[in-house]
Design a protein around this ligand. Structure first.
Ligand SMILES: Cc1ncc(COP(=O)(O)O)c(C=O)c1O
Length: 332
């Protein structure tokens, strides 16, 4: 039995696990499924809501009234914190990274709508992110507030619980749907979903691989980041556990030109999946990962799993799609 720490009920779960029948047929196998974690909510949707159930419970337990977090200008994580912070009556301050004058669209529009305080920083200024956090923590402390700081993507030992719990939910889905999937495949960005899933399948004794398609950075980065999150979790919650068998499996060859920048074929995949299955992916995370998965299937990487089930974890990102919708106008 896994003993969970305090948790707020913020996510609409369990999310559906649905077959992608037409796409699987068109590819000639494996049988693809989608776990709809894009449906954990409306304005506060996506994978971050699961992590925030535990992070915000900790913030509340510590009596904090102010949340500080960080991310890219179109961060889904920051938007989820902004929306949930407003729902819980907490002040939210976002530290956002952008090198151009940001347009108030997509996630940023929602951040503003729910009244988050926003500080914009250049890529260069963001290099000292710890310093920026310290500056604002001090600022709010001097005003008599109690701050809870959440790292980029909500990825740390506490946030890992979100996908430990999701792994348990997936195991229940597999039993109900009578499937024994080869792998759960997903987009990895700050490594927290990856760490949580790996840990979750291990703790719940589910024999299922976690295959993570990077949307930025490389394999070595994710090996170190996941190890760090696992170590934090172990140190805080289970010092006697043995996690040496947990090896992240990251595919970094579809990360594309840069974080948040996708090549034309990713937009083509988004269009294809949208029209074939009514499934909406985004160009920053899920579109890149799903594109990578389809390319690998076409190239025979999953040939031995031809008759097996593969579950794509849809981690959200819809509002980021709207921020890049002009990219579709340039294409047929
Ligand atoms: C839509 C979406 N998918 C995937 C990810 C990656 O999750 P993680 O940061 O836990 O690696 C993110 C992170 O921001 C996201 O917003």
């Amino acid at each position: 039995m896994v003993s969970y720490p305090a948790r707020l009920k913020l996510a609409q779960i369990p999310t559906p696990l649905l077959p992608l029948t037409r796409l699987s047929k068109a590819l000639g196998g494996p049988k693809l499924w989608v776990k709809r974690d894009d449906l954990t909510g409306a304005a506060s949707s996506g994978n971050k809501v699961r992590k925030l159930e535990f992070l915000l419970a900790e913030a509340k337990a510590q009596g904090c009234d102010t949340l500080i977090t960080s991310g890219g200008v179109q961060s889904n994580h920051c938007r989820a914190v902004a929306v949930l912070g407003a729902q819980l009556g907490l002040k939210v301050h976002l530290l956002l990274r952008s090198d151009t004058q940001p347009q108030p669209v997509g996630n940023l529009f929602l951040d503003q709508l729910v009244g988050a305080t926003i500080s914009h920083y250049s890529l260069n200024e963001f290099r000292d992110l710890d310093g920026l956090f310290q500056y604002w923590q001090e600022h709010y402390k001097n005003l008599g507030h109690k701050v809870y700081s959440i790292p980029t993507g909500g990825s740390n030992g506490t946030g890992a619980w979100g996908y430990i719990a999701a792994a348990q939910e997936l195991a229940e889905d597999f039993t109900k749907q009578h499937i024994d999937p080869y792998a759960v495949v997903h987009a990895t960005g700050s490594g927290g979903t990856q760490a949580g899933l790996l840990l979750g399948f291990h703790l719940h004794q589910v024999d299922c691989r976690v295959i993570s398609y990077a949307v930025c950075d490389d394999q070595a980065y994710f090996a170190a980041k996941v190890a760090d999150d696992l170590q934090q979790w172990q140190h805080k919650y289970a010092p006697d556990s043995d996690l040496t068998s947990l090896e992240p499996s990251t595919i970094d060859k579809y990360a594309g030109p840069a974080y948040g920048v996708a090549s034309a074929d990713v937009f083509d995949t988004i269009k294809q999946v949208a029209s074939m299955e009514g499934l909406i992916l985004d160009p920053v995370y899920t579109g890149k990962a799903f594109h990578g998965l389809i390319q690998d299937i076409k190239q025979g990487v999953y040939a031995k799993q031809h008759d097996r089930d593969i579950v794509f974890l849809h981690t959200g990102g819809l509002f980021g799609l709207f921020a890049q919708q002009h990219q579709f106008n340039n294409k047929k």
